[in-house]
Design a protein around this ligand. Structure first.
Ligand SMILES: C[S@@+](CC[C@H](N)C(=O)[O-])C[C@H]1O[C@@H](n2cnc3c(N)ncnc32)[C@H](O)[C@@H]1O
Length: 238
């Protein structure tokens, strides 16, 4: 689905960070075939969507930028994948589905643009969209990247103060000057504890949660200590 010459980071067309063509283990699990309908939210150029389609899944790909979805439609056409639909909408406010519509939902590297409060509301919505036993896969960035090292002491301090979302950052360009040109004005670096708390509050059973070592997936200059991202899988109980 992807030529070997793909760069590690592809800039999104709407300053929403970079899409990562080489999938992490959580996104890869999402792409494994299962009966039922899949949904990818914030799919960008659809690297996970295309992999799921190649495994025989039926996928709805969402993004807030229509140009990304056009790219997915063209790529799906090229490979002859018919079981794909695209929906342009801003999640969560403009996206709606009937209850219990999906077997699997992936939100990779999108929720770290939301405040903690907004993540809370969004997860409740996504929970309703899943079938019983359906699974939500979420991947977010942490602060443990070389270009965000200056924020780590502040992050630790906020954690010690007991703040529920110590990674919320209103002024990303004050902390990072190399890659933040392609970032929105607010970012929210996450971690295992806040994600588990958010998932449990929304009613999910946490199936798996771990840091993601981005070696081979992110540019080498960004790699810090194997905790560059965090992934979580939650299941809607019956
Ligand atoms: C950093 S990229 C991540 C792309 C891909 N999921 C990945 O993991 O590489 C974020 C993508 O999510 C989209 N996005 C951001 N916020 C969104 C929202 N509220 N609703 C829908 N799409 C959103 C952006 O347009 C962009 O394509």
């Amino acid at each position: 689905m992807m030529s070997e010459e793909m760069p590690l980071f592809v800039p999104t067309l709407n300053k929403q960070g970079y899409a990562a063509p080489y999938l992490d283990p959580f996104s890869l699990k999402f792409t494994e075939y299962a009966e039922g309908q899949f949904l990818e939210i914030g799919a960008a150029f659809g690297y996970a969507t295309m992999q799921a389609l190649s495994n025989g899944a039926k996928v709805i790909a969402n993004d807030m930028d229509e140009r990304h979805l056009q790219y997915i439609e063209e790529a799906a056409d090229k490979y002859g994948y018919k079981e794909v639909q695209t929906i342009v909408a801003e999640f969560a406010k403009d996206l709606s589905f009937p209850e219990k519509s999906f077997r699997k939902i992936l939100i990779s590297r999108v929720l770290h643009f939301f405040t903690g409060e907004k993540i809370k509301q969004s997860l409740k919505q996504v929970y309703d969209w899943l079938e019983p036993n359906g699974e939500l896969y979420v991947v977010c960035e942490t602060t443990f990247l070389t270009n965000w090292q200056t924020f780590i002491p502040e992050y630790q301090k906020r954690k010690e103060e007991g703040r529920p979302f110590p990674g919320e950052i209103d002024d990303p360009r004050n902390w990072e000057q190399n890659w933040s040109d392609n970032l929105p004005d607010f970012v929210h670096w996450l971690d295992i504890e806040p994600l588990v708390a958010l998932f449990e509050e929304a009613g999910f059973e946490v199936v798996e949660v771990d840091y993601i070592n981005r070696n081979g997936q992110f540019p080498e200059s960004l790699l810090l200590d194997g905790r560059e991202s965090v992934g979580i899988i939650g299941r809607r109980p019956k």
